[in-house]
Design a protein. Structure first.
Length: 493
């Protein structure tokens, strides 16, 4: 038998052009599966080990030691108390091996083993071909659509097959059997479905690879892609820049008479591609991202990662884009929330906000509209800013002398101290409930409590935008904190 095993392995390895170790591994798995079939009403953990030199093999049954509480599968597990009777040094997690007789594989078992070996060899052959294919592939797969299975496109790529899941197909595109198609293959996160490699036509990386293949300056690295935002089949925005002063990064990507960008667009079922100049300045980058919208004014809140843009009333629709696509893609590209307002709406909003802030300062500092207006005009928007800003900054306000600056700061500190004392218990309770979510400062806790956020459930009920309106925080962080609060509070249960 041992000689037959070695001969079988040698023949299969040469015939299939496989490493002998792959064949040995396939044989061991096949013998283990065939052995399991001889255990009636049991599902044991069986391992077969073949000696690579002699061809002899032994069959081992394995049990994993579990705690008495977790023990439930006596086919594959041993409780700690039972294991301790035989093995004094047994610990939870240990694996006990017991050699059993190599059963005489009858006709049925032998046929089963042969079938399993054949399947394992076929799998190994496919893996070898796939590895060879991947070693030569640069991320873009080209093939012909062969058929469809439940809406998923099966693509013939020669010696291997690919699959484009329905979610990875461009929604507006209608593929037909026989169509030549391209897709992005993520080699770092390779997904295999039924022996086929999964590729995508909707990923940002696919667009990036197409740009690299059509634009020499991008392929060589002289023009760098800093960001991509897509709504597949509809529109995409690509931010580019270069350190080579001789190159116009945007022009190089667009090409003469739009030839380069149009060729990429044609591959993506007519998806409109906006090439924009990347800029480290958030305001400039945002204006570039919103092009061709004409912007009247822009205000950036770096702390909250939010931008407010004002355009002419009759150009508001164009700036937002059909169904808001221009605004959404620009927000995704620059990585912040962009609010686009018409001039009339912005004017009304700012007047209302300023009026509310004046009333807030009047009440908190016991001053008149004139002083509140001066504070607002000089950039003060919260009581905390007045209380804890360097006194010299308050004294630098043209309308304030040293005595008035000191008095305003003292009043602000006194008001905040009073609020902290008044809401101390509520703030302590909120801090305790949010312990497993985030640790806020007393100032932030006070702001939340004043907005009637007094427990983790109140916090979990907020939206990211609502939390941003209460405290200084960027939208991404706000959403993450709220999601974590919902998980901790059992919101999804």
């Amino acid at each position: 038998m041992s000689k037959d095993v070695l001969l079988l392995v040698d023949v299969l390895a040469k015939e299939k052009n496989l490493d002998k170790e792959v064949v040995f591994d396939s044989l061991e798995k096949a013998l283990a599966i065939a052995t399991k079939k001889n255990f009636d009403d049991e599902f044991p953990d069986i391992e077969v080990k073949v000696d690579r030199i002699t061809g002899k093999y032994k069959t081992v049954r394995k049990w994993t030691i579990t705690s008495d509480v977790d023990f439930y599968d006596d086919d594959k597990e041993l409780s700690l108390s039972d294991a301790a009777e035989k093995y004094s040094d047994a610990e939870i997690g240990d694996v006990i091996e017991e050699e059993i007789e190599n059963i005489d594989l009858g006709r049925v078992s032998a046929q089963t083993a042969r079938n399993i070996i054949a399947q394992k060899i076929k799998d190994a052959e496919r893996d070898v071909v796939l590895r060879e294919y991947l070693s030569r592939n640069r991320g873009v797969v080209i093939g012909k659509v062969r058929k469809f299975e439940r809406g998923n496109a099966i693509v013939d790529c020669g010696r291997v097959e690919a699959i484009i899941m329905k979610s990875d197909q461009i929604p507006s595109e209608v593929l037909q059997p026989g169509d030549q198609v391209k897709g992005y293959l993520n080699k770092d996160d390779l997904i295999i479905k039924n022996g086929r490699m999964s590729i995508s036509r909707t990923s940002n990386e696919f667009l990036k690879k197409l740009l690299e293949s059509n634009i020499p300056e991008v392929a060589s690295g002289r023009v760098e892609i800093y960001g991509i935002a897509r709504e597949p089949g509809v529109r995409a925005k690509v931010a580019v820049a270069t350190t080579d002063s001789r190159i116009d990064a945007k022009g190089a990507c667009i090409g003469f008479r739009n030839q380069r960008v149009d060729s990429v667009s044609a591959e993506l079922a007519g998806e409109k591609i906006d090439i924009i100049d990347y800029d480290t300045d958030l305001a400039t980058y945002t204006m570039n991202a919103l092009a061709p919208a004409e912007i009247k004014s822009i205000v950036v809140d770096e702390e909250k990662r939010a931008v407010e843009v004002v355009v002419e009333d009759d150009k508001l629709g164009g700036a937002i884009g059909p169904d808001g696509v221009n605004a959404r893609l620009a927000s995704a590209l620059v990585g912040c929330v962009i609010d686009i307002l018409g001039e009339t709406e912005a004017g009304t909003l700012h007047v209302n906000e300023r009026s509310e802030l004046v009333q807030k300062f009047n009440s908190a500092l016991d001053v008149d509209d004139e002083i509140s207006e001066v504070l607002i005009s000089n950039g003060f928007s919260t009581l905390e800013e007045v209380a804890y800003v360097d006194l010299a900054e308050l004294m630098n306000v043209e309308e304030f002398d040293e005595d008035l600056a000191r008095e305003l700061q003292e009043r602000a500190k006194t008001k905040l101290l009073t609020k902290n004392m008044l809401h101390k218990n509520e703030m302590d309770h909120l801090a305790e409930e949010l312990t497993n979510v985030v640790k806020f400062s007393r100032e932030v806790l006070l702001q939340l409590v004043e907005e009637n956020i007094k427990g983790i459930n109140d916090f979990a009920d907020l939206s990211g935008d609502e939390l941003r309106d209460i405290i200084s925080i960027d939208l991404d962080t706000a959403n993450k904190l709220i999601l974590k609060a919902r998980e901790v509070s059992g919101y999804f249960d």
